[in-house]
Design a protein around this ligand. Structure first.
Ligand code: NAD
Length: 471
């Protein structure tokens, strides 16, 4: 197979060869085969990108809301026009099942959502005699993970540009093929040079240069809690404004009045979303003690609704893990679950039958899990779900909140009032009742799931500083 070498980064409106010379292999996770190489940017490239963003800032921050909406429309159209190439890239490099078209469509959608937000956003407000101007914070560093590469780039870029910021984007080093298609699309939109710059490289090289840089007053990071903490410390010296979107260990609470069949399917769906490589995955399924047998029977039966396999097969719900390292990590958690006394209902260690190559995991469902076990406490980022029991509502809320994280929660009930009452007691940035979803609502975590909020007006506020003008 012909191998692709991605040896360009994007600075000041141009595709340029990086100053950095390190090459790394890119893999197809469904086969384990090398599909190409990426040449990493280094500190010099990052400095150049930051300087370009700084030069572009005065003109971009002076644009009107109408001009920004027009730019976002062009970006949205350019991204939508590359849909086919993007679908190919997420399949090849991330192993995303082809049915997960949302991984691509959400990228164009992010620009549309920010256009809607801008249309009703007030950049000038009155507080008593003061006029409060909401001003762009400056050059923003946007650092993204591999698990939804296109969307994270699009969403952070759309929000920063809407605020009048210029940006340097550091995508995951493991997503260079997807980033390359994305960059070509964004270039087509014809924005002024330097408004956005994209430098793929390593976190402790490109990422650190951004997070330490005095000309970057704002960081928006999505990734692991461990790296989020490093960034928090690195950003302290220059007192940057930060949004940190980190990990999760989200509960799915099935109330005793729920329709069990559909609630179990909903809970499994939220657990296996994006092959469970999702910060919002509902990995702790809480069921009433009094209906445990019924819950276990339904969950075991419905595991068949989530087949693992070749991601190019439309029947596949769960694809491979992104890398060998991720595969090993998930295996170690499955073994740990068994060691600590959890019972495997479905799945287990090793590779699924008929899938000897690639980084496929057997979708695994554990019963007899208590909330102190490692598999109930740590983010696994693979298709390993735990069923826990609760005695009553208070106990369900206690278990749900007994976690270091607080990104998302799911509640299933046939009584909307009761579900809302439970939701209002959960320490989670988003609570979805019976699958409810609103993209413009704020997204982000309580506790160690992060700091700040993204999406819609709340996300936009993060890239703005208030300036009170008093006469
Ligand atoms: P990661 O933290 O390893 O890497 C994320 C990004 O940070 C990458 O671009 C990486 O190169 C960069 N990075 C690494 N070290 C850095 C450093 N010292 N300074 C600056 N940048 C650095 O995460 P990942 O493995 O790519 O993604 C999976 C993680 O992301 C999971 O923990 C998941 O929960 C989390 N995540 C969170 C959200 C959310 O919105 N809360 C969404 C998706 C993923």
């Amino acid at each position: 197979m012909e191998q692709n070498v991605i040896d360009k980064i994007y600075i000041d409106g141009k595709f340029v060869t990086p100053h950095g010379t390190d090459l790394a292999d890119l893999f197809n996770p469904a086969t384990g085969q090398v599909i190409g190489q990426v040449q990493f940017a280094d500190e010099v490239d990052t400095e150049t990108a930051i300087a370009a963003a700084k030069r572009a800032l005065p003109a971009w921050s002076a644009t009107s809301t109408e001009e920004r909406i027009d730019a976002l429309r062009r970006l949205q159209a350019a991204v939508a026009a590359k849909r086919t190439e993007m679908l190919e890239a997420v399949l090849l490099e991330f192993g995303a099942p082809v049915r997960n078209e949302w991984l691509v469509d959400s990228a164009a959608g992010a620009f549309g959502d920010m256009i809607k937000t801008l249309e009703s956003f007030n950049f000038t407000r009155q507080v008593g005699t003061a006029t409060v101007q909401m001003a762009p914070v400056g050059v923003a560093g946007l650092i993204t993970p591999w698990n939804s590469n296109l969307f994270f780039i699009a969403d952070k870029l759309a929000t920063a540009l809407a605020a009048g910021c210029t940006v340097v984007i550091k995508p995951s080093e493991m997503s260079a093929t997807q980033t390359n298609v994305m960059t070509q699309a964004l270039h087509e939109a014809g924005l002024p040079n330097g408004v956005f710059n994209i430098v793929t490289g390593l976190g402790d090289v490109v990422g650190t240069t951004i997070t330490r840089h005095p000309d970057v007053p704002r960081i928006s990071f999505t990734g692991s809690t461990a790296v989020g903490k490093v960034i928090f410390r690195e950003a302290a010296d220059t007192l940057k404004s930060l949004t940190l979107e980190l990990g999760g260990k989200s509960p799915s609470i099935i109330l005793d009045d729920a329709d069990f069949e559909s609630a179990i399917v909903g809970a499994l769906f939220s657990g296996f979303v994006n092959s469970s490589q999702a910060c919002v995955a509902g990995t702790r399924i809480l069921v009433p003690e009094s209906r445990l047998d019924e819950a276990l029977a339904a969950a075991t039966a419905h595991m068949a609704d989530f087949p693992v396999g070749d991601p190019s097969d439309p029947a596949t719900a769960i694809g491979p893990m992104v890398s060998e390292r991720q595969w090993e990590r998930v295996q170690s958690y499955i073994c740990r679950g068994v060691e600590e006394g959890a019972r495997i209902l479905v799945g287990g260690p090793g590779r699924p039958e008929g899938l000897p190559d690639g980084y496929f995991v057997r979708p695994t469902l554990f019963a007899d899990v208590t909330n102190d076990m490692t598999i109930a406490r740590e983010e696994i980022f693979g298709p390993v779900l735990s069923i826990l029991t609760y005695r009553d509502e208070d106990h369900a809320v206690e278990i749900a909140n007994d976690t270091d994280y607080g990104l998302h929660a799911y509640v299933f009930s046939s009584d909307p009032e009761r579900a809302r009452r439970i939701a209002s007691r959960l320490q989670a940035g988003r609570v979805s009742i019976n699958g409810g979803y609103e993209p413009l609502s704020p997204f982000g975590g309580f506790k160690q799931s992060g700091i700040g909020r993204e999406y819609g007006a709340y996300g936009l506020e993060g890239f703005l500083e208030s300036r009170s003008v008093m006469q």
